[in-house]
Design a protein around this ligand. Structure first.
Ligand SMILES: [Mg+2]
Length: 308
């Protein structure tokens, strides 16, 4: 499986590329922006694609915001967005539980974004935000069984990005997961998150790993690269994955996600991975990480649209 340099195509092939998809799904960090700085030309290309009839989705593994909050972020950075165009992992997790007619309680190791999305689907949940262990006045530093008040009827543990991640939370998650019928869901498993100044900080994957190790279980992932969003959101809406273009900067999440269901995939080199990484993946036999096309920036699509 080889990847094609998008801009090396002839003009006829470039136009065929534009005709080959009806929908495009854009990852956000590293594709549309870095932190709060938009990638030059990104807003324009998205607008132009919509103006020629392409339908748009945004898919971010970030679980720290609700869909409503993402719309506000998009608008503040100059991107058009509607809630129904946003595939975010707090919302997808709630949608998944709704789809399986989940009717128990969810223990959330994550932020209030997960709580708010679960609330919208009327799924009973608790645990988001700081654990109240300290507030109860515990003065020693060992956790007693009496410190762990297990709530009855918990049918799922959801782990996502959690600024208040703590030992008591991992302990409780582990206790709920002792029941093999209790679902174990991760919004995503990204190991690291890039932040300003060239630093990276732990992503949800680091927190999920802590719960996996002590519970001796593996979480089911809702975000990329899980095909959940394709199988449970796009296909049921009548969307053919083969007519979708997935645009991303990370091969192990974005590109793998699209490749699993036959989407056309495009790696943009404004984020994590570059063409040189593709050669490494190929020589290690990791064909599932190879995109259909690669190019330097999402803005290159504008150049194709301007062709006479
Ligand atoms: Mg990204």
């Amino acid at each position: 499986m080889a990847s094609t340099n998008l801009m090396s195509l002839g003009n006829v092939e470039k136009k065929d590329f534009l005709k080959s998809f009806d929908y495009f799904i854009c990852d956000c960090d590293g594709v549309l922006w870095h932190g709060r700085v938009p990638v030059p030309g990104a807003q324009e290309v998205l607008k132009n694609l919509v103006s020629i009839g392409k339908k748009r989705f945004y898919f971010t593994n970030n679980s720290a915001l609700t869909r409503k909050q993402f719309v506000e972020k998009f608008n503040s950075l100059g991107f058009d967005a509607k809630e129904e165009e946003i595939l975010s992992t707090a919302w997808l997790t709630a949608k998944y539980l709704k789809n399986i007619n989940f009717n128990k309680k969810v223990y959330v190791v994550g932020g209030t974004s997960i709580k708010e999305e679960l609330d919208k689907f009327e799924i009973e949940n608790f645990g988001a935000g700081p654990d109240n262990y300290e507030a109860r006045g515990s003065s020693n530093f060992t956790l007693e069984s009496s410190d762990i008040e297990l709530v009855p009827d918990v049918g799922a543990v959801v782990v996502g990005y959690d600024l208040f991640f703590s030992y008591p939370k991992v302990a409780k998650a582990k206790c709920y997961l002792n029941d093999p019928k209790c679902l174990f869901l991760a919004t995503n498993k990204d190991e690291k998150i890039p932040i300003a100044g060239g630093l990276t900080v732990p992503g949800s994957g680091a927190l999920v790993a802590a719960v996996e190790v002590c519970s001796d279980r593996k979480a089911d992932v809702i975000g990329k690269p899980s095909p959940f969003a394709i199988d449970h959101v796009l296909i049921p809406s009548g969307i053919d994955p083969k007519r979708c273009l997935m645009i991303g900067d990370k091969c192990s999440t974005d590109i793998y996600f699209g490749n699993q269901r036959g989407m056309i995939t495009l790696l943009v080199e404004t984020g994590l991975h570059r063409y040189t990484d593709l050669e490494k993946f190929k020589s290690s036999g990791m064909d599932h990480l190879i995109p259909s096309y690669y190019t330097s920036s999402v803005a290159d699509i504008s150049k194709i649209m301007r062709l006479p």
